[in-house]
Design a protein around this ligand. Structure first.
Ligand SMILES: Cc1cc2nc3c(=O)[nH]c(=O)nc-3n(C[C@H](O)[C@H](O)[C@H](O)COP(=O)(O)OP(=O)(O)OC[C@H]3O[C@@H](n4cnc5c(N)ncnc54)[C@H](O)[C@@H]3O)c2cc1C
Length: 418
């Protein structure tokens, strides 16, 4: 498969009949692999890429029950940032942001990483104190953060509601200039293409239905296309984490919930940052096509459907209009949902499991997209070395029984109640 370059682009522009080669192969599954990754979302694909790139392990299969990009990797609101407070999260997400900064070159695929900055708007003086603390922690860890007063927010985001009778007063904000967005499906395709070029087999429409476990050690998986033997098996199924892990006899503290996202009709450029809001969990950016892309909280009940409820559309629209009154005149184009893997402390798992050679990546809550590069990087390390990387050591399964929860805001996964 040839590399993408300005030269290949020009060649195809001059000869429109010249077909672009397929981005990745469609191989039949082999009988056995060194590593089988269950789930071809962002995390599974990134893991395969870094297994090949960082550890030279290429006898790898990714088993995806549907098509690449069908899960949350292609359904999210594309926000990337590293404005965390707790030790484990701070280092991990900053490593991720640094990988994002070089990802298009690394993958030879334009992931459209746009570091347009994220502004989280504060709606009370107390919240400004909380943001100051968060900003200080970030800066002490070498991460960019700026505290903005009300006047500075007015200059940056002139379209917010600053009127006397605004539903929520704008007191200021915390700004991370290096945060932004990336094109979600390009990320999936870029990682898939790169892993495939390294020799990884991406097997779509292949559902894992069980695990072969002998004497406490995993030896393969049962799939809708037959048994596949494996030296090591790595779970990366996001919203299906608890369900798939149960097949291996593991009962996890992970619940599946639906989270919706929304996009409006295209507008001329107006929102030049990612804007989040301290009054509720609400986040918005403007896509390259002009649509306002936004989201809120999970719908609030356990489900495996990818379709949300109407009540949540109303809630999120209320947030949009309270913060940005001009959105009341904009039409919603479409909305969709994805299945989120929610943990009690809002932090993920990247770890070994009690079953030998079976590894777990899941519990991503609202933050799995921005985590994709670091997650793949550290999961690949964990699988290759059978021990965690320093950056994911705290994302273990036993943190609850040992009292080492990673609860950013002290309120579990209800991230907006900060
Ligand atoms: C609406 C929405 C907005 C979001 N916004 C953001 C955001 O702005 N920023 C951010 O950081 N995060 C965001 N997230 C979270 C983020 O998208 C997810 O945490 C992340 O994508 C999950 O990892 P993944 O990409 O590997 O998941 P997925 O793409 O869901 O991959 C898991 C894959 O496993 C496959 N699978 C499941 N069961 C099996 C099986 N038995 N056998 C084989 N394959 C199987 C699924 O088909 C799926 O393709 C959002 C999520 C949603 C739903």
């Amino acid at each position: 498969m040839s590399k993408y370059s300005a030269f290949s682009l020009a060649r195809h522009a001059l000869d429109p009949d010249l077909p672009w080669p397929r981005a990745w192969r469609s191989p039949e599954p082999k009988a056995s692999y060194d590593v089988v990754i269950v789930g071809g979302g962002g995390h599974g694909l990134a893991t395969a890429h870094y297994l090949a790139k960082n550890h030279g392990i290429t006898n790898v299969a990714i088993l995806e029950r549907s098509y690449i990009g069908s899960g949350n990797v292609g359904r999210n609101t594309t926000i990337i940032r590293s404005n965390y407070q707790m030790g484990a999260n701070t280092g991990f997400f900053e490593h991720s942001l640094k990988l994002w900064e070089g990802l298009s070159h690394d993958l030879n695929f334009n992931c459209m990483v746009s570091q347009r900055g994220q502004v989280v708007v504060a709606v009370s003086p107390v919240q400004m104190d909380v943001f100051a603390r968060r900003g200080n922690i970030m800066r002490l860890n070498g991460i960019d953060a700026e505290l903005l007063d009300r006047g500075e927010v007015m200059k940056l985001l002139p379209y917010l509601d600053y009127s006397k009778d605004a539903r929520w007063p704008v007191c200021g904000a915390i700004h991370q200039p290096r945060a932004g967005t990336a094109r979600h499906d390009a990320v999936a395709w870029g990682y898939a293409r790169s892993a495939d070029m390294a020799g990884v087999d991406i097997i779509e429409n292949c559902e894992v239905t069980g695990f072969a476990i002998e004497n406490g050690k995993v030896t393969g998986v049962e799939t809708s296309r037959g048994r596949i033997n494996a030296g090591k098996v790595a779970i990366a199924v996001a919203g299906h984490t608890s369900h798939v892990a149960k097949m291996a006899g593991l009962r996890l503290p992970v619940e599946s919930h639906i989270l919706q996202a929304f996009v409006t009709e295209p507008l001329k450029p107006i929102v030049h940052h990612v804007v989040s809001w301290g009054a509720e969990l609400f986040y918005l950016s403007q896509s390259d096509k002009g649509g306002l892309v936004f989201g809120g909280h999970i719908d609030g009940f356990n489900t495996y459907t990818q379709r949300g409820q109407f009540a949540k559309i109303r809630d999120v629209a209320e947030c949009a209009v309270s913060l940005m009154p001009f959105t009341s005149r904009v039409r919603l184009l479409r909305h969709w949902g994805g299945i989120q893997d929610m943990t009690p402390d809002g932090s993920p798992f990247i770890c070994k499991t009690p079953v030998k050679n079976l590894y777990l990546n899941g519990g991503w809550c609202y933050q799995g997209f921005k985590a994709t590069p670091a997650s793949g990087w550290t999961y690949a390390h964990t699988i290759a070395n059978d021990e965690p990387h320093a950056l994911n050591r705290d994302f273990s399964l036993d943190r609850f029984e040992k009292g080492n929860e990673l609860d950013e805001f002290g309120i579990g996964n209800w991230t907006y109640k900060q």
